[in-house]
Design a protein around this ligand. Structure first.
Ligand code: FES
Length: 108
């Protein structure tokens, strides 16, 4: 008898893949605060060029924009680097010197 009950419940519950697919289809909702990607900067050597720093904290290509901000109300920040140098990109997304780290993460 208990085995039959389990089998019937499985028929009533959505599969894990259905749940995951429904979650993935949720539209991005407007955000009032950016996501904190991490509470320390991303330090890297960069070459001269134009970069698009992620301001929303959702990008999977941190510290740069991958388009994940769509629908959040946030936009990436364009940054022109004129000479090769080491940059400490803000990764908490709360810096007062965006897109660069100013230590704000230590108070979050
Ligand atoms: S993904 Fe964060 S600003 Fe574009």
């Amino acid at each position: 008898m208990p085995i039959r009950l389990v089998a019937r419940l499985e028929l009533l519950l959505p599969s894990q893949s259905l749940i995951q697919s429904a979650l993935n289809e949720q539209p991005n909702l407007p955000m009032s605060e950016p996501n904190i990607f991490q509470k320390f900067p991303i330090v890297q050597m960069v070459e001269p060029g134009v970069y698009w720093w992620c301001a929303c904290g959702r990008s999977k290509s941190q510290p740069f924009c991958d388009g994940s901000h769509k629908g959040t109300g946030f936009e990436p920040k364009e940054v022109a680097i004129t000479e090769a140098k080491t940059v400490a990109w803000c990764a908490c997304k709360h810096s007062g010197s965006m897109p660069f780290c100013d230590g704000t993460h230590s108070g979050l």
